[in-house]
Design a protein around this ligand. Sequence first.
Ligand code: UT7
Length: 321
Amino acid sequence: MTLRSVLAGTGAALPRTRVSNEELAQRVDTSDEWIVERTGIRFRHIAEPDETTGTLGAAAARQALEAAGLEAADIGLIIVATATPDNTFPATATKVQAMLGAPDCIAFDVAAVCSGFLYAVSVADSMLRTGAAKHALVIGSETFSRILDWEDRATCVLFGDGAGAVVLSAEDVDDDRGILATRLHAEGQYCDMLYVDGGPSTTGTVGHVRMQGREVFRHAVTNLASVLGEVLADTGLSAADVDWVVPHQANRRIIDATAKKLGLPAERVVLTVDQHANTSAASVPLALDLAVRDGRIKRGDLVVLEAMGGGFTWGAAVLRV
Ligand code: UT7
């Protein structure tokens, strides 16, 4: 028997308001044609004032708990991956804990921007396997619309808001179910390529997203292909064994190029970028939840998660569902 972190349930939450490229083009100097051709994005959800990273995260978490057949009181660990917390402090994870009515447990945020969910999954996996908790809620939740410069067409058309969540449970398994490997990376020398130009300790303001798109694109394809190769090698499996890839949903061209580099057929890749745009830390768990709920990802499938974002940070995970 091996103690592993097993996927027990998934959940998702999207803001009520959905905005199409055409609607955006009425406010911003852009076009549906440019956005679709360069990114594959068609829609994004934008949070209303009453919808926050915390409320969306809690809604996704409730769904994940229900899918896992658990109550909030069963959870011993809550990690929220976010770059857009409700407050500078306390951690949004503690706000989610309060909204769920979960009693005393471990709760904290992880900041690794678009790779945040991969970082959070890896931390939760380590903590579950060393006995810190039996059940963990790992949430990616973002309200990037609040940190976009709506005058900067090169960034504001790319992002959306939303949340995804998973319940991971520590289980003694006698097969290869659960998280089989995770890999994380960061290269801080590229921190100026994708960043927010504000913060509590510098400007005292929240700031706006700034990005050198072409550079990010170039690094993303190289880093994602490389980390996927590493994490598969860790498990002794190959691309041919993979049933589903759930990639970070930043740009369809990045997703296609990465899959091609690894020889992964496009039909095995879960795509939501057209519907959600880039929801940063929420994008992987949102896509995972969709593919679990529509029946594509089934018990026994080998699933690979990957993401890359500001820092640069990037990572990947392999799990048997
Ligand atoms: O989550 C991880 C972080 N993010 C990413 O992974 C994003 C990575 N980067 C990208 O996805 C792409 O670089 C972008 C989609 C951001 C941009 O695509 P690109 O093919 O690299 O375009 P570009 O930035 O080189 O811009 C090409 C042209 C420029 O015009 P000129 O200078 O060629 O006349 C831009 O001004 O497109 C123009 N442009 C736009 N036009 C219409 C830039 N944004 C827009 C826009 N609408 N929204």
